[in-house]
Structures are given as structure tokens and as C-alpha cells.
Design a protein around this ligand. Sequence first.
Ligand code: GDP
Ligand code: MN
Length: 407
Amino acid sequence: MNIHEYQAKQLLSQYGVAVPPGEVCSTPEEAIWVAHKFLIGGAKELVIKAQTHAGGRGKGTFKNGFKGGVRLCQTAEQVYEVAKAMLGQVLVTQQTGPQGRLVSKVLVAVSSDIKKEFYLAVLLDRSTSWPLMMVSTEGGVDIEEVAARSPEKIVRELIDPAVGMMPYQARKVAAALGLKGDLFNPAVKLLLGAYKTWWECDATLVEINPLALVIDNDGKEIVRAVDAKISIDDNSLYRHPEIQAMRDLAEEQALEIEASKYNLNYIKLDGNIACLVNGAGLAMATMDIIKSFGGEPANFLDVGGGASQEQVSAAFKIILSDPNVRGILVNIFGGIMQCDVIAAGIAAAVKETELDLPLVVRLEGNNVEVGRRILKESGLPIISGDTMSDAAQKIVKAVTGTSEKSA
Ligand code: GDP
Ligand code: MN
């Protein structure tokens, strides 16, 4: 699950990461009120930031022509006008796709007088299975770009999860960023705080881009998180009700929300062959084999190890509400699950949804004979696949007219 920048900054500041003072607003009236408050408090400049999960807002454009999802303002009246131009409008950035994202909240914050921008991220290093802190002196730009152009500018520090990030490691990273003198200890505190946020919140990613060297109102240099992005591991949400409450359904695909109600793992893709599979690994393999025979999967769908008839029926409705779908491949291995239960679920779902698309079913495992008989005796036009590759070829052929193994 992703959260908004203003929410990420709330979490980070709870763990000692310095962030600019700011408040989230849903109306221009709120925004002007917050602006007055900061200006009276001595702020010289304010920044208004459209809140969408997609990044690249600074360089984005609203569909109404207004330029930039991150704008600097000197007066409260300007803040009002900018908030009015952003709220209720659709922002298109490199990460949103052409359809863009509706902005319904803006963050009004004290602007940072930025002297230098850095990149900081905490994530899981999959090759060592250890947390990894990644920093770069090239901040504010895409890290993928830095990785491609000047990989030597990315510094990596692996963290032993049993002991957490050690102060010496934070000192090493701060030094690598060239943060010295009065900046050194605050930087160490910030780095340790970023790691702690990642760990305590069960995040999959904490990204601060830019982390900035800022001149504050008194002319003093400080380091703080000017932007923040946090993704949380969905499987951990049950133990973080306060983070779960940060979920913004407007940012998610409608079909994925519906799927999560039934505990189905569904991810929409661009192809036209829907798949319904039990187990994530088998679902991946099923997508691969569809592609291998020249088809394009319309989705990833894992109904779980022990799906009920209700879940199977919900799964059918979800894959069928994708207008691109031209055929369905069901691939079930009855390990925990009984094939006859699944077969009954499929037959019921086909009747209920009055399915008129080609449906290929491959069943294997517990009670497979009973399962196959149920499908056969249902009188429904279900095509049976004997093996995975037989089933994949049959559905690709039914949808595209041909099936050809590409590799
Ligand atoms: P993103 O484009 O969605 O990643 O949004 P960011 O918050 O990272 O903003 C984009 C860029 O705008 C940053 O890299 C900064 O250069 C600039 N920016 C963001 N906030 C401020 C601010 O408070 N003051 C100034 N001067 N520039 C800012
Ligand atoms: Mn950014």
C-alpha cells in the first residue's frame, strides 16, 4: 500500500526525521488560512504540493493547463489561487500515464531554501535478504537515471536486521554524503530515523528524494526531507491500524479494491486472456506460459491456497469486469484445495455470470476425477486442458485464432 507525501512525512517525523512544517488542505480556504499562519510565524516563502501517489509532480501539468504540481508562493493570496487551480483537477506526470490523477488534497508547507539535493532510500536487498540504505549526492532526479549514468555515485549500506542500523553505519553514510561539522550529528539522527521508520512501519520502501541541505530562516544550514514516499507491506497492515487508516482508495484501481475485499490478489494487466489460479507461483508460471504461446495475460490473480466457492465466484466477476478480456484460463492445483470444490465453484460462477467467452480449465491434484466430472456433467461449454501447456495453447487459440510457441 502506498501513502501520500504528507502522511509519509508524519510517520518520518515520529521517528526523528526532520521535515518542513506543513499541513494538508482540501479547500483553497483552508490553504489560505494555513498560509497566513506560516507567514505570520515568519516564513518567507511557501510551497504547495499536489498530493498524489504518483511522483514527478514538479514537472507535471494539470489537464486544465496549469503547470506544476509543486509551486512556490510568496503571499497567502497566491497560495489561495494555486490551491484553487490544483484542487479537483487532474494532474498528469511521467508516472501517472496519460489519464492522470485527480488531486483532492494539497500540502501547504514552509518552502525550503535548498542549497543541495541528495537521494536517500531504505529498501530490502533481495540478493542478501537484508535491509539496504541507498544514498546518492545526485538528488532530486530519478535514481534510475543516476544508476544508469553514474552508478559510482550511489552508496549502499547493508543493515543486519538482527541489530538494526548501527550509529557507525549512519556516520559512514553521512560522511559519504559530505555532511560535516554542525550538519553531521543531525544527519546521523535523520538517517537512523529513516531506517527506524522503514523497520517499525513494515515498509517495503522509504524514499526521500530530495533529502536537502537547506538554509533556515536564521541563515543556519540544516538537513531535512523535502519529499517523501513510503510503501507499506500489505501483509503487515493488520498490525498497523493507524497506517491502514491512511489508505486512499481513490488512488487504487477499482478492480483491485474489489479483489482485496475477498482476499484475492489481483493485479490488472494490459492483455486479453484472464487467468484464475491458486498460488502466486503457479499464477506467475501461468502468465509466462500464456505469453510463451503468443498470448497476453489480462491479469495476475491468485485465489489463495484454500479458496471458497464464494471467492471463486467473486474472482470470475472481477476478471469479467475488465472490458479487454476475451477468454479465461483457470489453472488449479488441488493441494490444500479439493478440485471438486473448485469445479463446483467454477460451474456456479459460469452460470451466474452467463459467461459467453471461451473458458479453458486445467485441474490437477486432490479429487481431480470428481472435479472433471462435475465440469463435464454441468453441460457448460467449458474446454478442458490436460496439462498446463495444453490448456495455455487452447486458450490462446480460442482468443487469437492461432497459438505459436515463441521460445
Ligand atoms: P516530485 O516532483 O513529485 O518528486 O516532488 P518533489 O517534492 O520532489 O519536488 C520536485 C522538486 O521541486 C524538488 O526536487 C525540488 O527541487 C523542488 N522543491 C520541492 N519543494 C521545494 C521547496 O520547498 N522549495 C524549493 N525551493 N524547491 C522545492
Ligand atoms: Mn521527489
